[in-house]
Write a protein that binds this ligand. Sequence first.
Ligand code: NZQ
Ligand code: ZN
Length: 388
Amino acid sequence: MLGTFTYHNPTKLYFGAEALNGLNEELPKYGKTVQLIYGGGSIKRNGVYDAVVKLLADNGKTVVEDGGVMPNPTTEKLREGVRIAREHHVDLLLAVGGGSCCDYAKAVSVSVHEPEDPWEKFFVRYEDPEHEIVPVGCVLTMAGTGSEMNGGSVITNHAAKMKIGKVFDERVNPKFSILNPTFTYSLPMRQTVAGVYDIFNHICEQYFSGTDENVSDALSEALMREVVRASRIVIRDPENYEARSDIMWAATWALNNLIGCGKTEDWMVHMLGQALGAYTDATHGFTLAAVSLPYYRLVMPYGLEKFVRFAKAVWNIDPAGKTDAQIAEAGLCAMHAWMQEIGVACTMRDLGATEDMIEGIADATILMDSGYHALTREEVIQILKESL
Ligand code: NZQ
Ligand code: ZN
């Protein structure tokens, strides 16, 4: 039975090969000064920067540049972004890039009028914003995080060796997001598949809880099948519009709060992955891939029924002649084979982790208790050792 919930997602989406024209509808709604947020330069190489800057000029905007947002944006960069926004009294934060740019824009948006240190207030104490929030818009160039239609923002504090995601309420969602699948053609394949696994795991995090039959889980199964199908096309044919658009659309629905409606959620793979990310600064999707199998094998006996359903519904495992445990294990093996096929299967060591980091990564792992099994510290260590 689904629990009680309220669902409201205020982000307006423009999807398709001409989606960028949506800026002509959106930009007039905001004041003159736009902070243009982007990453390390991919948008200058693939033409997206020029197209966005032209539309900003056509709409009479003054552009304040804020480039150099790194993958896994840091507290230092956040403080710089806040300083820029304050100095220029910006009216809109326009993030052009992947989840890192979009997450960063949201963190800046809640911090501009916040007198306290944003890391302490929002990410350590997990408080909500009480002051004016500067609106955020997003032009997405990488499919994965779902940041384009949610209130999540993940910030890394290297000094504290912590990577923390704060899920803000819908006031912090982007006001609009532009989703043009062709903008993802220029992604290196490694980033594409990291995004694919991130999408898949977001769905798993919301799927692996509860024992009832429900619509949210049925939606999740359909999304997982589509992500797997489209990923197999995109690794062979990176400019396949259909596959790129299916991946982009699935990413949005995988983490815009819909498929978690009425359910408890797990999120333990993300907690392990984020702690690993704090130590290695590795690409988010790969950090999840490194810890997934040992984690799911450990919790499988506690949620066996759902793992059996996952094996049959997502991986088409034939149950004939198998025990439930064998069906569930066959499902995880099929998932692992797919991860190998698309090139995301990896170990923590592949990402730069070493044995002496395990205790620290375990300390940085936030323990959740809403999946099938609340991990003990010893179990966290066991998973990390098996993932190494
Ligand atoms: O910096 P540039 O030059 O733009 O290059 C980026 C970056 O190196 C590149 N890239 C992006 N679009 C491209 C492109 N390169 C060529 N062509 C394009 N079209 O890809 C690299 C990775 O980009 P990034 O934005 O870091 O990737 P992603 O979208 O995976 O975002 C990762 C961040 O989002 C957080 C992660 O923890 C991580 O910090 N997450 C945010 C979530 C949320 N808001 O709900 C949930 C997720 O679980 C995740 O934790
Ligand atoms: Zn993720």
